[in-house]
Design a protein around this ligand. Structure first.
Ligand code: HEC
Length: 111
């Protein structure tokens, strides 16, 4: 047995373990869930790019499109699914992905 040659070995192993536990292995921090606002900000971006030219940058409306406040009956009363269907067929020649449509719905209802 060599135990007497390395009297500090168990202590070193213990310290290494503590250090690894505290600081990890130098890897990147684990990914966190994006904050809830990220969908809304994607929706806001999509709105600015695709809807604002008719509905106004602040949803105030323009000569080309009506104002779209949260209290608009279609936005307030349609379910998210109904609103998503409406957006998908509404006036613009862009085909949104389902994620983009739900981001827009989220933005219209909550953003
Ligand atoms: C070319 C102009 C134009 C563009 C671009 C446009 N809209 Fe509209 N939108 C209108 C007009 C005009 C109306 C009025 C009602 C109708 O014609 O459907 C309307 C109505 C709506 C309504 C229903 C409001 C109501 O009370 O009937 C919603 C919701 C809406 N738009 C959302 C959007 C979203 C979201 C986008 C972008 C993805 C968008 N619109 C892009 C012109 C536009």
């Amino acid at each position: 047995m060599n135990q007497k040659r390395y009297p500090l070995l168990p202590l070193i192993i213990l310290c290494a373990g503590i250090i690894l536990t505290l600081f990890g292995c130098g890897g990147t921090p684990s990914t966190t869930t994006p904050p809830p606002s990220s969908t809304a900000s994607l929706g806001a971006q999509l709105y600015t790019d695709n809807c604002a030219r008719c509905h106004g940058v602040n949803r105030q409306g323009s000569s080309l499109g009506i104002a779209l406040p949260k209290t608009n009956p279609v936005i307030a009363n349609d379910t998210a699914a109904e609103l998503a269907t409406f957006i998908s067929v509404h006036r613009i020649a862009i085909i949104f992905t389902p994620d983009q449509v739900s981001a827009l719905v989220d933005f219209l209802k909550n953003g």
